[in-house]
Design a protein around this ligand. Structure first.
Ligand code: ZN
Length: 700
């Protein structure tokens, strides 16, 4: 049986993603016999070459982009101590956790006719893979994961910034580092710059938890780090997971017609995720800490790139760590996988604060993705550009919104200033200007464009049949869609062919045509999230959604990071309220080992909880240590077993638990996005209705 983690984790990292995935991707597929021969070199039998219109788009982009500015190429290479020779890093489970072999094709040609030249440039830069000196005393291992790992020399050992996504690449990075620079000295401190998983998930590859608990190794993080590490992706976690298949192109093999890197880095490692809770929190806005003999000034930057994040300045080295607040890309205000829209003005102001507090004297700036910037002039240039990038987006989008431009138009109206568009480090390799602009409107005005037609619109599948009828039926739509496609008018073509696919999900010709349209749009994108989304939809329209049994397993560390309140809130989301119309109860939940108490109430088909209270007349009082409850949250032990083993005790009507369990629904990450792509048979297998199921931790 494939676990959900394996299902989600191994596919993108598989050296030959299609060969690994295809046995179950194509199982029972209704793919029809193909009449035209497949495009040579394309991974999919229905794949098409870029059209002359697509080639024009890419050619024009190449002519207008600042290719004469080659500073990134120099900065990326600078300080190379040792390249990493092994292109694959094995996971403890035996599979490949990290695979750079699959990206070697990027360096074999200067030009690909199916990759935007700007994205190709970024992906070539992200092919850096090895150990680099930032300045004497600061080193980075880059290209071992989506993020970079950084080592700063302390008095007694190495201070580590941001230990990647999983333990296996962290161990490989540490080994390479020790072979050349580390002098056998131990890790003396760890700093998590922010809450996203690509900045802490590999910590167990470096550090023994006992040394953190005893205080021997400080693990430093911004205040409230733990409550935000997973909270961003629990409530809508299953939906986010599904959307990752689009934004991160999880089913697309690495190839010129498929996945070509993720902009932030080449991809996400598929080893084991762990989390060791920090033992030192930075709570002041600006806080100075002596970390293993190194004076560090921490700048908290809440609600910027992450809910909790901090930059660090090392004055004695004139070195400025910008976490993920300033990288070699425009970042996400709106994230395609889904997340609360970020605050670009707040983000910009924190960059301005960094500039004025530290940037005036810093001689080097480095971050958790990409490569460093050397020299104060360059540091200031990048900081100023990034400050303006986010502020401009906020200000000019709202400028247009105040003149009536809506969320459905802004991406076609809003443009970044020409001076910013000429800066490579401001281009959209993670966030896209189009979707960030829509995100700003979403943040301030929400999704409604204020036209009552869109106030309570019909669902797409309900309005589409009338469009199809009025347009004269499927034959006419396919003919016109084909004509628009052949004229390179892909967005118009997608409008009408999508209506047909919505109305007739079983229409294979319509789905194939829509896939062809999406594919050209995908090739034309500079932004990897947009490219992957178009190509992922094309893939699913052609092949269907992968099948196979899925069972869930969650990292114990991630479960431990989930508060009981968050767990109870999530149970209320998993409950199908339609099954709870006739249920009513009041329950007290007590977890003595951490002193927490809750009232959990089901009334009006709604499950609520309130911490710190107890009901006088509860129908059921359940007492269980939080440490034991975690076994149930992990799906390792049912509540019934806990009671049988004496780990949980109760007073009152225990049948309530069974009734509540019967209302719980298992979320399946394979739900249909494009109509007519679902052909699955496998079920999600959960061992217990009360399993917590925080979905895959999300790197960003
Ligand atoms: Zn990151």
């Amino acid at each position: 049986m494939t676990t959900r983690r394996q299902f989600l984790g191994t596919i993108p990292a598989a050296g030959a993603a299609l060969t690994v995935g295809s046995s179950f991707l194509l199982e029972g597929s209704s793919a029809r016999a193909e009449t035209t021969p497949p495009l040579a070199g394309h991974f999919h039998p229905k794949g098409k070459a870029p059209s002359k219109f697509t080639l024009d788009v890419l050619r024009n982009a190449k002519a207008t982009l600042p290719f004469s500015d080659t500073r990134d190429l120099d900065e990326q290479k600078k300080g190379l101590i040792a390249p990493m020779k092994e292109l694959q890093i094995k996971a403890d489970g035996g599979h490949v956790a990290w695979d750079m072999k699959r990206f070697q094709f990027l360096d074999e040609q200067d030009h690909f006719d199916s990759i935007h030249p700007s994205l190709l440039r970024q992906s070539k830069l992200n092919n850096n893979y090895g150990l680099y000196e930032v300045i004497p005393g600061i080193y980075q291992v880059r290209g071992f994961d989506l993020s970079d790992i950084t080592f700063v020399r302390g008095k007694t050992g190495w201070i580590v910034f941001d230990p990647l996504v999983t333990a296996e690449p962290v161990r490989a990075a540490w080994k390479l580092f020790q072979e050349h620079v580390g002098e056998g000295l131990p890790v003396s401190a760890v700093i998590y710059s922010h809450t996203h998983a690509d900045h802490w998930g590999g910590v167990r590859g470096l550090v023994d938890e006992a040394d953190v608990r005893s205080g021997k190794i400080p693990v430093i993080a911004p205040i409230d780090f733990m409550s935000f590490t997973i909270s961003e992706n629990v409530y809508a976690g299953n939906a986010m997971n599904r959307r990752l298949f689009y934004q991160y192109g999880l089913l697309l093999p690495a190839s010129p017609h498929g996945f070509v890197g993720q902009g932030l880095g080449q991809g996400i490692s598929a080893g084991s995720v762990g989390l060791i809770a920090p033992n030192r929190f930075v709570s002041d806005a600006i806080e100075e800490i002596d970390v293993d003999g190194v004076k560090m000034i921490f700048q908290n930057t809440p609600n910027t790139e992450a809910p909790r994040e901090m930059n660090t300045y090392i004055p004695d080295m004139k070195a400025l760590w910008m976490a993920e607040n300033v990288i070699a890309s425009l970042h996400n205000i709106y994230t395609l996988r889904g997340a609360p829209v970020r605050d670009p003005l707040n983000w910009s102001k924190y960059i301005a604060e960094s500039l004025h507090l530290f940037g005036k004297e810093a001689e080097v700036m480095f971050a958790s993705h990409h490569w460093p910037r050397w020299g104060n002039e360059r540091v200031q240039e990048v900081l100023r550009d990034q400050r303006d990038l986010y502020a401009h987006m906020n200000n000019q989008v709202l400028h247009f919104a105040n003149q009536g431009v809506t969320i459905n138009q802004i991406h076609n109206v809003y443009q970044l200033p020409k001076s910013i568009l000429q800066k490579w480090h401001c281009r959209g390799y993670h966030g896209s200007a189009e979707n960030n602009a829509r995100g700003v409107i979403q943040r301030f005005l929400g999704y409604w464009d204020c036209n009552p037609t869109t106030l309570i619109p019909l669902s797409p599948e309900d309005s589409a049949p009338l469009y199809v009828e009025m347009m004269g039926g499927s034959t006419k739509i396919i003919a016109k869609g084909r004509e628009l496609h052949d004229d390179g008018k892909y967005l118009l073509a997608s409008e009408i062919v999508n209506k047909l696919v919505q109305a007739e999900p079983g229409n294979a010709d319509a789905k194939d045509l829509l896939a062809d349209i999406f594919e050209q749009l995908g090739y034309q994108q500079e932004n990897p999230g947009l490219r992957n989304s178009f190509l992922a939809a094309a893939y699913e329209l052609r092949t269907g959604i992968p099948q196979g049994e899925i069972a869930d397993s969650s990292s114990p560390d991630v479960i431990r990071a989930m508060s009981t309140e968050l767990f109870l809130n999530f149970l209320a989301i998993r409950m199908d309220s339609r099954k709870a119309e006739d249920l009513r109860f009041t329950m007290n939940l007590i977890t003595p080992d951490n002193g927490e108490r809750f009232i959990v109430e089901l009334e009006n088909a709604t499950l609520t909880n309130i911490q710190g209270h107890q009901a006088e007349k509860a129908d059921l009082t359940l007492t269980i240590n939080r440490a034991d409850l975690e076994m149930t949250m992990m799906g390792a032990k049912t509540l019934e077993t806990q009671i049988a083993e004496g780990k949980a005790t109760f007073e009152g009507d225990i049948s309530i638990l069974g009734k509540l369990a019967a209302t719980m629904v298992d979320f399946d990450p394979r739900f249909e996005i494009m109509p007519g792509t679902k052909a699955r048979t496998g079920k999600v297998a959960h061992s217990d209705a009360y399993q917590a199921l925080p979905e895959r931790i999300i790197a960003e």
